[in-house]
Every structure is written in C-alpha cells, then in structure tokens.
Write a protein that binds this ligand. Structure first.
Ligand SMILES: Cc1ncc(COP(=O)(O)O)c(C=O)c1O
Length: 302
C-alpha cells in the first residue's frame, strides 16, 4: 500500500488525497494518465523505465482535451521520482493522472476555462499484472474505439470504458486477455497492451492509427531490430493470428507475455515461443539495467 500520493505539488498521506464529487473528470472521463514501472537494478538502486517518454505521452494525450497541465514535464518527472522515493518502493507501478477538477460554474461537457487541472501521482507494488504463462486469449466482440470518434492514440480516462466492457465479457471465463479488432476488422490491441505476431521469423505488429502509441511497443520494436529481427508495422487480419508461429503482448504493466491460445486455437505449440522468450528476456534486462546500451531509458531514483 502506498503511504503517500503526490497531489498538486505536494506529497500527502494516501487517505487525504481526495477530490470533489463535482469534479468534471468524474462526470465525463476528462483525464489523462500514464502507467509507468520502476525496477530494482542489480546494484540495489531503483530506476523508472522510460519516464520522459511516458510524461511526453501524457502531455500529448492532454491536447485533444484542450487541457493545460499546470506543471512542466520536468516537474511531473520529478514528482514521479519523489513519489517512488517517499513510498520507499524498490520496484513498483506508477500512475500519474491529470484531470479536470471542480468547475467554478454549472455542469457543462465543455469545461469552463477556469476549471482547474489537478495532477496526482500514485505508486504501488504491483507485481505481475498478468500471470507469467502462455495466455488464453479471446477475440472480443467489442471493437476498439473508432479513430474518428476520439483520439485513440491518447491515454484518456474515458477510453477505458471500452477496455472495461471487453474485459467484463471475459471475466469469470478461462481467458486471461483479449484482442480487440478495429472498425475495419483488423487486429488492434489488447485491453492494456499492444499485439505482436511472429511468422517465419518476421515480427509483425498493427500500425499506429487505431491503437495506443505503446511505449513498450516502441522499446520492443527497437530491441528486436537491434537483435537482428525484421519488424513490420502493418494491418493484420484475425486469421493471421491463428496461423502465426507466435503471438505476444507488450505493455508497461504486462511487460512481454505470450498468447498460448486465441479463441481456443493453439498458437504454435501453445507455449511461450522462442522469439517471444528472447525479447522478453532482453526486455527485462533493459528494465533492470543489465544492458548498458539502453540505460538511457532509465531514470535512477535518488
Ligand atoms: C489500450 C492499451 N494499449 C496498449 C498499452 C501499452 O502501452 P505501454 O506500452 O505504453 O504501457 C496500454 C497500456 O498503457 C493500453 O492501455
């Protein structure tokens, strides 16, 4: 349990980090957030993975909501580090959130320009988000948000009603994760992760446009290319999942996870494939500071 939350410029005890019931975001989903991980390094220090990249995305996500985050990116990065430090966490998940708070006037979808933008940073010891096994995956009946309905590349709170409904559909079943198709029927992404497909040694992943601009996706694409794999960003048909040698997910929370089955059809031999295993191992080395080439992704908590 986290003891402190950074709220609007200062660390406050967890119980005191409250907000007003008439906060705009509570009514309309008008917040933007990030999911970040910090890892314990071999030398016992803690480092936040891809911190500037996440905070950059948070600011980009705020644009479609015409939201001005009242801190600089550097200040929010500093707030993340302070929060991890204050909670004395060796490794953890970190949740920065910026949202429209209590409007000075009436209830309106378009927030009064004087509506404050509140910022918080929470952190806790998450552990594994999904079990470390080859996952049973369902192709969801829910499609991913239409790119002409909202800025799908942004991490906006309200978008997650789509993920939640898809997740509720598999809750209580054997499925651990789902894949949503886009409005044209192509593979888009999971509930909180991006999708990769391996066929004949080549790695394919859905192109940007109907998916979140995943930071783990970007790190894994770069890593795979550095390791000599060919990576192709393209449209992927659901049938191509079934005939793939391997399918895997990437995300800050899930890290790298293999799909064992999709809609009950076995992928490869149903276990974590060779390339997935290779990328997962190398990705975790980056997270733990065991590959100096990628240390630029690490912000040490001091
Ligand atoms: C819908 C969705 N897609 C993909 C991802 C993976 O993004 P990242 O690698 O930046 O965590 C996430 C997690 O943030 C997500 O919620």
């Amino acid at each position: 349990m986290a003891n402190y939350i950074w709220q609007n410029g200062k660390l406050v005890p967890f119980e005191q980090a409250t907000t007003h019931v008439m906060s705009h975001a509570l009514h309309y989903g008008t917040g933007v957030f990030e999911g970040i991980r910090a890892y314990e390094l071999a030398n016992g220090e803690t480092a936040v993975l891809a911190l500037p990249e996440h905070i950059d995305r948070m600011f980009i996500s705020s644009d479609p909501l015409a939201m001005t985050i009242p801190y600089s990116k550097e200040e929010v990065c500093k707030a993340v580090v302070e929060t991890v430090k204050a909670n004395q966490l060796k490794s953890c998940y970190i949740r920065p959130l910026a949202y429209y708070g209590l409007p000075p006037t009436k209830v309106r979808v378009r927030p009064d320009p004087k509506t404050p933008v509140e910022v918080i940073v929470y952190s806790y010891d998450m552990g594994d988000y999904l079990p470390d096994v080859a996952l049973d995956v369902k192709i969801s009946d829910f499609i991913r948000l239409h790119p002409q309905s909202t800025a799908v590349g942004a991490k906006i709170c309200g978008h997650y009603v789509n993920s939640l409904q898809a997740l509720l559909q598999i809750s209580g079943t054997k499925y651990n994760e789902l894949i949503m198709l886009d409005y044209e029927g192509y593979v888009s992404e999971g509930s909180s992760d991006n999708v990769f497909v391996v066929k004949d040694g080549v790695i394919y992943t859905p192109e940007l446009g109907t998916i979140l601009t995943g930071i783990t996706r970007k790190i894994v694409i770069g890593l795979a290319q550095d390791l000599g794999y060919k990576v192709v960003e393209t449209k992927i048909k659901p049938e191509e999942l079934y005939s793939a040698d391997e399918v895997f997910f990437t995300g800050t929370a899930v890290e790298v996870r293999a799909a064992g089955t999709i809609n009950d059809q076995t992928i490869g031999d149903g276990k974590e494939g060779k390339i997935t295993h290779h990328l997962k191992t190398e990705y975790l080395k980056i997270c733990r500071g065991q590959n100096p080439k990628y240390n630029h992704y690490l912000t040490v908590v001091k």
